[in-house]
Design a protein around this ligand. Structure first.
Ligand SMILES: NC(=O)C1=CN([C@@H]2O[C@H](COP(=O)(O)OP(=O)(O)OC[C@H]3O[C@@H](n4cnc5c(N)ncnc54)[C@H](OP(=O)(O)O)[C@@H]3O)[C@@H](O)[C@H]2O)C=CC1
Ligand SMILES: O=C(O)CCC(=O)C(=O)O
Length: 360
């Protein structure tokens, strides 16, 4: 089958550890066999961020603003342990924070529902959360707060001050924050309502657990002008599983959030293309090809999503995190697939769907 060519670029932000491994499998098994995409690739793996003094993160966000669609893998935000582990030049800031502060806008997170995955709070009861039959979507400002805070370790007694220096030449405003009697930690951040970005982060993590798993949470940043969309993997890089992978041991890591990051990015690219349709109508004879290719991209994206979520999981093929929700923490091995076998099961479903005659 010929691959269908996407007509505008997509910015790809690669990441770290187990999610980076799954990300590559998803591209090779689910995306590239069907779609020929103009990918602007940025390696946000921790070693490349360090090698480029983190310029690559800023460049990837600038590319997202230029091309309007980005898909992002999960990335390590280094702490002291990670600085030692990788011998980093600096404790680089969170790539998510850097990118979001350049794109600005709102982050929306929504659980993916599968009929056979029990929710921790199922059924009808008194609280709003317990009555959920449909996904709850949490929106939060992407800018500022804890994700763009400056913090420092205080080594001993002394005074912490905060200084605001106006641009208009007026006298700086100096505030006393705290008299340290001994060591501690100090943190300063921008926002009038402290932590609303961070609150949203915590709330969506809690919500994901309520609906089943962090592996079933979508995350999208829409910029304030509505022009740029970044679809991201919201969960961690799954370090424990990556250690097993590095040692050649079997892993069962849920790739659904990563698959949905790709499909959401593709959907956005496709809808941008639809907006350009009017221009094309007055253009050359490529309209029919264009419509067919857009129909195919939409069809492929829908097929990936339904094959990944509805058919594969609901047919009983799933990773261990989901199998535990159905069969309990001591789930036996026959009830779950390993990381690659799950993606292969999705790929088989997808191949069957894409080869089936399309109903237009
Ligand atoms: N989106 C992003 O870019 C984010 C990146 N991070 C980064 O992730 C790194 C690791 O974070 P840490 O807090 O140590 O958490 P871990 O990577 O150690 O993950 C914690 C546990 O969550 C479970 N888990 C999370 N996601 C999945 C999944 N997709 N499939 C199956 N199980 C899953 C696993 O449970 P079990 O062990 O029981 O199998 C895993 O061991 C950090 O460096 C942090 O900076 C953190 C948040 C967001
Ligand atoms: O970038 C990080 O370190 C964590 C980000 C995060 O958890 C989030 O905003 O969802």
């Amino acid at each position: 089958m010929d691959r269908i060519k996407g007509q505008n670029p997509i910015v790809e932000m690669d990441g770290d550890e187990m999610v980076r491994i799954m990300w590559r499998m998803i591209k090779e098994k689910l995306i590239f066999p069907y779609l020929e995409l103009d990918i602007k690739y940025f390696d946000l793996g921790i070693l490349n961020r360090d090698a480029t003094d983190d310029r690559v993160t800023v460049e990837s966000a600038e590319a997202a603003l230029k091309y309007n669609v980005a898909v992002k893998c999960a990335t390590i935000t280094p702490d002291e342990t990670r600085v030692k582990e990788f011998g980093l030049k600096a404790m680089w800031k969170s790539p998510n924070g850097t990118i979001r502060n350049i794109l600005d806008g709102t982050v929306f997170r929504e659980p993916i529902m599968c009929k056979n995955i029990p929710r921790i709070v199922p059924g009808k009861s008194f609280s709003i959360l317990m009555q959920v039959e449909k996904p709850i979507c949490i929106g939060r400002p992407a800018f500022g707060d804890q994700h763009r805070a400056s913090d420092t370790l205080i080594k001993g007694p002394g005074r912490l001050k905060m200084v605001f220096v106006p641009d208009n030449g007026e006298a700086p405003v100096e505030l006393d924050v705290y008299d340290f009697k001994g060591p501690g930690v100090a943190l300063a951040m921008y926002n009038v309502w402290a932590c609303k970005n961070y609150d949203g982060d915590v709330q969506s993590d809690l919500l994901a657990q309520g609906f089943g798993s962090l592996g079933l949470l979508t995350s999208v940043l829409l910029s304030s002008d509505g022009k740029t969309l970044e679809a991201e993997v919201a969960h961690v890089t799954v370090t424990r599983h990556f250690r097993l992978y590095q040692n050649g041991q079997e892993t069962s890591t849920n790739s659904i959030a990563s698959i949905f990051a790709w499909t959401r990015g593709l959907e956005q690219r496709q809808s941008h293309l639809e907006m350009q349709l009017c221009q094309l109508i007055f253009g050359s004879g490529s309209l029919l090809d264009y419509c067919l290719s857009q129909h195919f991209i939409r069809f492929t994206v829908l097929a990936i999503k339904s094959a990944a979520c509805i058919e594969t999981v609901e047919s009983g093929k799933m990773t261990k995190d989901l199998a535990i929700l159905i069969h309990g923490p001591k789930v036996s091995r026959e009830y779950y697939l390993n990381t690659e076998d799950f993606i292969d099961a999705v790929a088989q479903n997808l191949e069957r769907k894409v080869r089936a005659p399309a109903v237009v």
